[in-house]
Design a protein. Structure first.
Length: 94
């Protein structure tokens, strides 16, 4: 890890001296992204046997409450229900 820090420090100093600031920022961001991808691969090793068990999340879906209103003179009905937290309506003509 110390070798990596030394390499990154040398890269930052070289970029500060040689590259314009706009280019140096992009190069450092790209290098940081590559290091993040590499570290994700290292951390995906199998867990030891004494690791905590995986908790399963269960999503309970309740049927939406439907409200039906009849239009005047039997012209049809309007149905109201909640979909993804938003109130929706649909008109059915007779």
């Amino acid at each position: 890890m110390k070798t990596l820090n030394l390499l990154l420090g040398a890269l930052a100093i070289a970029l500060a001296l040689a590259a314009p600031p706009a280019l140096a920022g992009s190069l450092m961001a790209g290098a940081a992204g590559l290091l993040l991808v590499a570290s994700a691969g290292v951390q995906s090793l199998p867990l030891p046997a004494h690791a905590a068990p995986v908790v399963q999340v269960v999503r309970v879906v309740t049927p939406p409450a439907v409200r039906v209103f009849e239009l005047a003179d039997g012209a049809g009905v309007v149905v109201f229900k909640t979909v993804d937290g938003k109130l929706t309506s649909r008109c059915y003509r007779a």
